[in-house]
Design a protein around this ligand. Structure first.
Ligand SMILES: Cc1cc2nc3c(=O)[nH]c(=O)nc-3n(C[C@H](O)[C@H](O)[C@H](O)COP(=O)(O)O)c2cc1C
Length: 220
């Protein structure tokens, strides 16, 4: 795939086949993603990647925690509100998701069930927990964001589908305890990955982007 095709055809997968990604392919994704630039070349990202029973035990722990009604306690505050354009864009992508699954607007039960799928890792055979070092602050977080995109694009180029999941950053204490991560590793997000069930209705739409005129100002 040429680079533009990789970028244009990546999408967030939300229904995976159980088939694992080979260790060789995972290593290749990691080798390429490791080329991500970072401030002063600090490379502040760390990944905890689950395979096989590791994924199964993790999803069971997450689903049980989410079902228990545990309150999200993210290391980095989630947006308090979405207003204006952000509110509209968020709404549209939510409507697309629910419509693809035939979930009615006021069917809170099914919407909540679908939200819980985040903690089931959408059935993916692997998830990568991405953490940054607290000492590197907001720019360490930015570097990790770049890393996440390099990882997802490289995966796409190798035929591997993925989804970044801020939902997993809801429960950093549980995740640190589960994987034995030290307190200074702050949770950025998860990336669940594997092979999407392409023909599933949840993959029948693609999100749109606003025009570049809305986000770019040229100065001559
Ligand atoms: C940092 C980040 C966190 C995200 N967290 C979630 C999430 O928790 N659950 C989810 O279903 N999608 C999540 N997404 C996916 C976005 O909803 C998706 O990228 C966006 O709607 C654009 O769609 P696309 O990825 O298919 O192009 C996240 C994306 C990013 C970049």
């Amino acid at each position: 795939m040429d680079f533009e095709t990789v970028v244009r055809t990546r999408f967030s997968a939300r229904m995976f086949k159980p088939d694992p990604v080979s260790d060789e392919t995972i290593e290749r994704i990691l080798e390429v993603a490791q080329q991500t630039p970072s401030w002063c070349n600090t490379q502040p990202w760390h990944l905890t990647i689950t395979r096989g029973q590791g994924t199964q035990r993790f999803r069971e722990a997450l689903v049980a925690h989410a079902r228990s009604g545990a309150k999200p306690q993210p290391d980095f505050a989630f947006p308090a509100a979405y207003e204006g354009d952000y509110r509209e864009r968020r709404k549209v992508c939510g409507v697309q998701l629910y419509q693809s699954l035939g979930i009615e607007r006021d069917d809170r039960g099914r919407a909540a069930q679908q939200a819980l799928e985040n903690f089931n890792l959408f059935g993916a055979p692997h998830t990568a927990i991405v953490t940054t070092d607290e000492a590197l602050g907001v720019y360490g977080l930015l570097d990790c964001g770049l890393y996440v995109q390099t990882f997802m694009l490289t995966a796409r180029n190798l035929g591997v589908d993925s989804i970044a999941q801020a939902a997993l950053a809801s429960y950093p204490n549980l995740i640190r305890a589960h994987f034995g991560l030290p307190a200074h590793r702050k949770l950025v997000c998860g990336i669940s990955f594997g092979y999407a069930i392409a023909e599933h209705p949840i993959h029948s739409y693609r999100t749109q982007r606003t025009s570049i005129g809305d986000v770019v100002t040229f100065v001559d």
